[in-house]
Design a protein around this ligand. Structure first.
Ligand SMILES: Cc1cc2nc3c(=O)[nH]c(=O)nc-3n(C[C@H](O)[C@H](O)[C@H](O)COP(=O)(O)OP(=O)(O)OC[C@H]3O[C@@H](n4cnc5c(N)ncnc54)[C@H](O)[C@@H]3O)c2cc1C
Length: 290
């Protein structure tokens, strides 16, 4: 096979223009596993475009005026998990710190997580809850789309042949945000269920995204609007009953499956627990407040 190693974004995009079905290689922590396990065949016909030496993909920028952070597709979990990005996007940092081991986090990228689009990808519920926008570049130009439109199914995205995922732009919210997941142990574990809750105080909005309980990461509008109405925004508290119902709405929205990692029933139960836990971390829980 041929392996191209572009050193600039322009070269990477033009390599994919020439080889639209070229296999993009970033950290290789998904791709090499798929190749080793023969889930993906690779032979002399293939062209690999290795993008980990493209500086533009490894950079991130803060736009204070727009209140966004634009994260290059090649930014690693190690970088997402440490300052200064960690203070800007705390839930993303929390999710990043749960991914694999330090070795995996040093190599694995947010772009790889997005492009693989596993329903269990830890970065995805956070990007979904925060309302991130995915940017793709090809020889024909650049297009951007909301993450909810980018993720179309189990390991399926709207990325077209010849397109390189270049960045994800994440709004900065003003409020508590957090990510939590359930797995069979505390580290090196793929989520059985995962959830991100993000609050935006000024707009009194609540965002909840769930992982591992549907073909792709989902938002839960019913639970979001329910919580937004039941939170006491002035006092900054939430009632115990509302927390319980919020968990029930999240569980009801999930459409999990039985597989080698868990049963659907346990996944649904876990989602209810995670949603309740996150809401009660965001707001002190009080008895009787409606
Ligand atoms: C031991 C181990 C533990 C893991 N633990 C976790 C975990 O806890 N949580 C979790 O979410 N994931 C986990 N993973 C999966 C993996 O680390 C992540 O999904 C990671 O984000 C993939 O990024 P990467 O840079 O390694 O992608 P790669 O493997 O290089 O690529 C993955 C896919 O994305 C495509 N791609 C990559 N970059 C681009 C781009 N810029 N444009 C277009 N397509 C692109 C590739 O062609 C490929 O299809 C684990 C993997 C291993 C091996």
């Amino acid at each position: 096979m041929s392996v191209l190693v572009p050193r600039s974004l322009a070269d990477a995009v033009s390599a994919l223009g020439e080889f639209p079905d070229g296999l993009v290689l970033a950290g290789g922590t998904d791709l090499m596993v798929e190749i080793n396990e023969a889930q993906r065949r690779i032979d002399d016909e293939h062209t690999v475009v290795a993008v980990n030496r493209v500086p533009e993909l490894r950079a991130w920028t803060l736009d204070r005026a727009a209140a966004t952070v634009r994260i290059g597709a090649g930014v690693t979990y190690t970088e997402l998990g440490r300052e200064p990005l960690a203070s800007l996007l705390p839930a993303l940092a929390q999710a990043a710190r749960t991914v694999g081991s330090p070795q995996i986090r040093n190599a694995a990228t947010i772009g790889g997580n997005l492009a693989t689009c596993s329903p269990a990808g830890d970065g995805l519920p956070v990007l979904s809850a925060l309302g991130a926008v995915v940017e793709l570049a090809s020889a024909g130009g650049v297009r951007s789309l909301p993450i909810g439109d980018f993720m179309v199914g189990v390991k399926q995205t709207d990325r077209r042949p010849g397109e390189l995922l270049t960045a994800v732009t994440v709004p900065l919210l003003d409020g508590w945000q957090g990510y939590a997941k359930v797995g069979v142990r505390n580290a090196m574990v793929i989520a059985i269920a995962g959830a991100c809750l993000a609050i935006d105080g000024p707009s009194r909005s609540v965002r909840l995204a769930l992982g591992s309980v549907a073909p792709t990461v989902i938002r839960v509008p019913e639970a979001e609007s329910f919580a937004a109405q039941r939170i006491d925004w002035a006092a900054g508290t939430v009632g115990r009953d509302a927390v319980a119902e919020f968990g029930g709405l999240a569980a009801a929205a999930s459409r999990p499956i039985d597989d080698h990692r868990s049963t659907a029933a346990y996944r649904r139960h876990s989602i209810g627990v995670l949603a309740r836990r996150l809401l009660s971390r965001a707001f002190p829980v009080v008895d009787g407040a409606e």
